[in-house]
Design a protein around this ligand. Structure first.
Ligand code: HEC
Length: 133
């Protein structure tokens, strides 16, 4: 039992530090690109996550279309109806545990919804929204 608790804590801590490292690297980059940048904003992130756009497949979708409104619950992929595990790292400790995975899906999913990649500021805002929701 002790071992399980220790492993759980290690996992939780490492996932939290991946998020922090990722966000501070993005913030540095955002500041380099825009001297007026101060910090990422969950409210802007919410608008990015919930607003609908004609996406890559010509259908009106948002991030919510696949990840749902309640990020602590599993959801269904809008196109394939496949189940997607909860996006919130509070509910699903596997989330945000690897920068490579985060970047891969943000690139893919911004393209799904916005037909382009997300900017540094958009990525920071939307991740700030997801982890605080
Ligand atoms: C067409 C469906 C779809 C849409 C739309 C979508 N996603 Fe995803 N997203 C997925 C799938 C599928 C995965 C990967 C499978 C999984 O990890 O459960 C994923 C994974 C992610 C991850 C990876 C997190 C991690 O570390 O595991 C993030 C972050 C994410 N999505 C954010 C977004 C954001 C932000 C938007 C809106 C710009 C968005 N998604 C729109 C389907 C979607």
């Amino acid at each position: 039992m002790k071992l399980i608790i220790t492993l759980f804590l290690l996992f939780t801590i490492s996932s939290a530090s991946v998020i922090n490292e990722y966000l501070s690297a993005l913030a540095k980059q955002a500041k380099a690109q825009n001297p007026k940048f101060t910090e990422f904003d969950a409210k802007r992130g919410e608008a990015i996550f919930t607003s609908k756009h004609i996406g890559k497949k010509g259908k009106e979708v948002s991030c919510v279309s696949c990840h749902g409104n309640d990020l602590s619950k599993p959801s269904k992929n809008f196109f394939t109806a496949k189940e997607i595990e909860p996006l919130s790292p509070k509910a699903n400790p596997k989330r945000f545990s690897e920068v490579k995975t985060i970047e891969k899906w943000l690139r893919r999913n911004f393209n799904d919804v916005y037909n382009r990649e997300g900017t540094t500021e958009e990525k920071g805002d939307v991740v700030t929204y997801i982890i605080n929701k």
